[in-house]
Write a protein of this length. Structure first.
Length: 562
């Protein structure tokens, strides 16, 4: 071997080392000059972690302190697919433990283009703990709060729903989201290579949401819902609603909607069942609206309860002939009898005495055509035709509750006005937020106490000897009014088969404590409010009177004890 060969090898080796060092130098320069900022952030992310604490959502209670909406601990499982070597095997374990679809889990874990995927949001805490004990690399766990409704279907449409991120999406959960949700906190920690926290860089405490107390009573609510379910089943109806209101302060003690649902299953419930129809939906009230016409005529001094009119069976109003609900001959009726017998012709006669302008003013005075301002989202203002859009027949249809649309809560508030000696109070559901009592609610005088007492006396006769006798309660005087109205159809006219039957009552009539409204949508086999809605009123009111221990005001009508 010559001496030149080793020298060539040495020179070749030097060239290789020179290129290697040059490549490393260029790489180092690129990493330090170009990638330094990105790599620095990556290094920090591997050692620093910010933990967000959303804070607990406030609890919703009924007036007795019973929990209606609470937070329950749940665990969210997430994964870094890049750290999972065998997605199929891990997916099988995860799916079996959490009861998930293994194919869907495997699809998520196999996507290595992502460094973070949710496997299960707010899973059952016990099952998540079983999975965590298996120490599977690539899986992580977050402790979150899940909204739960322990009373299930009771008050579901009123409470609404809070979604996966604990934000209110409907009902009171939406209306009160700002106070219920509170403010999130966070903590930034530094971890060692093994993932143990070694220091805390910053920390901000979460503020828990405030608790909310409602005027609802879950026992009265549950009973009202049960009565409505029975009524729907008995009459083959499509739906029903009930409002139980304290006329002394505007507290809503129950607001029942059927058909109902389990609030915990809100995401899969059809939208048609989710609405709080007592606030958001309207209906033509029929004869229950006669309260406004008669109250207006009395207040204007045009009549007294004893004023009598000679009334034919039907009356011509512009291009319409309107008749009473039951055929009869020409009769002489007092204003009291017009109400107790629910005479359409008599009520229209009173409206004609009032005239269009005054009747329109009184409809607005009772609050129809405007939202009540109840503390619930998406309230409907109803439909009241403006005076300049009245046709010649409007003076014949509007006084008897046709051609006008109201919400159940509007109608309940109107009857509460009469029960409260003529003072309208804004109905409300929220009693207290945190430790702060809600401010006094709006009030305005609509009727004089004298007129209110006259109307109450006439409504007592409706139950004693008129169309509302099915609403009578032993031991109590009941004042109320029946309503029956055909539903508008797609052609612009009225259905021959679909009706809304209703009853609104006040009890005890001599010292009003409860206003109860019942509406039944599309009953079959009968249509009259006195036949269908009045018995439901009686069942709801009877239970409430006993539950609230309200003493009888007519003990002489109680059955004799054996």
């Amino acid at each position: 071997m010559t001496a030149k060969l080793p020298n060539r090898r040495i020179r070749l080796l030097l060239v290789v080392f020179a290129f290697a060092f040059a490549a490393m130098f260029v790489r180092a320069a690129w990493l330090q000059g170009v990638r330094a900022q990105d790599l620095g952030r990556l290094a920090q992310s591997q050692h620093r972690k910010t933990i967000v604490d959303p804070g607990s959502r406030g609890t919703i209670y009924d007036r007795q302190g019973i929990q209606l909406a609470i937070g329950r601990q749940a665990t969210t499982i997430y994964a870094n697919p890049r750290q999972i070597d065998d997605p199929e095997a891990v997916a099988a374990v995860v799916a079996e433990t959490l009861r998930l679809d293994p194919k869907e889990v495997e699809r998520q874990l196999s996507d290595r283009s992502r460094g973070f995927v949710y496997i299960a949001r707010k899973a059952d805490a016990k099952r998540a703990k079983l999975l965590e004990r298996q120490n599977i690399v690539g899986l992580g766990y977050l402790f979150e709060e899940q909204r739960v409704y322990p009373q299930a279907h009771v008050g579901a449409q009123v409470l609404g729903y809070a979604g996966t991120d604990n934000r209110g999406l409907a009902g009171l959960e939406l209306a009160l989201d700002r106070v219920l949700r509170g403010r999130p906190g966070q903590e930034t920690v530094v971890r060692d290579p093994e993932g143990h926290a070694i220091s805390i860089l910053s920390s901000t405490a979460a503020e828990e949401g405030q608790d909310v107390y409602l005027t609802l009573d879950h026992t009265l609510q549950a009973n009202a819902e049960a009565v409505l379910r029975q009524t729907i089943q008995r009459w083959g109806a499509e739906a029903a609603s009930a409002v139980v209101l304290d006329p002394r302060n505007g507290d809503i003690l129950a607001m029942a909607i059927e058909r109902g649902y389990d609030a915990n299953r809100f995401p899969i419930v059809p939208r048609d069942l989710q609405r709080n129809r007592a606030v958001t939906d309207t209906y033509e009230p029929g004869s229950t609206f006669k309260l406004v016409t008669v109250s207006a005529a009395l207040s204007e001094g045009l009549v007294s309860p004893d004023t009598a009119f000679t009334l034919p069976y039907e009356i011509q109003v512009a291009d319409r002939r309107i008749h009473d609900s039951h055929e009869r001959g020409t009769e002489r009726m007092t204003v009291d009898e017009i109400i107790s017998r629910s005479s359409n012709v008599g009520t229209i006669t009173l409206a004609q005495e009032l005239g269009e302008s005054r009747l329109s003013r009184w409809i607005k005075r009772f609050g129809f055509g405007s939202p009540t301002g109840i503390d619930f989202p998406d309230e409907s203002q109803g439909i009241v035709p403006a005076l300049d859009r009245w046709s010649g027949s409007t003076i014949g249809t509007l006084p008897i509750g046709h051609g006008i649309a109201v919400t159940p809560v509007q109608m309940a508030a109107a009857y509460a006005t009469v029960a409260n000696e003529g003072v309208w109070l804004r109905p409300h559901i929220v009693a207290k937020v945190g430790s702060t009592e809600r401010p006094a609610y709006a009030a305005r005088r609509v009727l004089s106490p004298h007129v209110a007492r006259q109307v109450m006396a006439m409504m007592r006769d409706v139950v004693v000897e008129g169309t509302g006798q099915e609403a009578a309660l032993p031991g109590y005087q009941v004042a109320g009014k029946t309503g029956t109205a055909a539903k508008p159809d797609a052609s612009g006219g009225y259905s021959k088969t679909d009706y809304v039957a209703s009853f609104v009552g006040v009890v005890p009539a001599t010292n009003p404590r409860l206003v109860v409204l019942v509406t039944v949508d599309e009953p079959r086999g009968a249509i009259w409010g006195g036949t269908i809605a009045a018995p439901a009123f009686a069942d709801i009111a009877r239970f409430a009177l006993q539950y609230l221990e309200i003493p009888p005001d007519a003990p002489e009508t109680l059955p004799a004890r054996k």
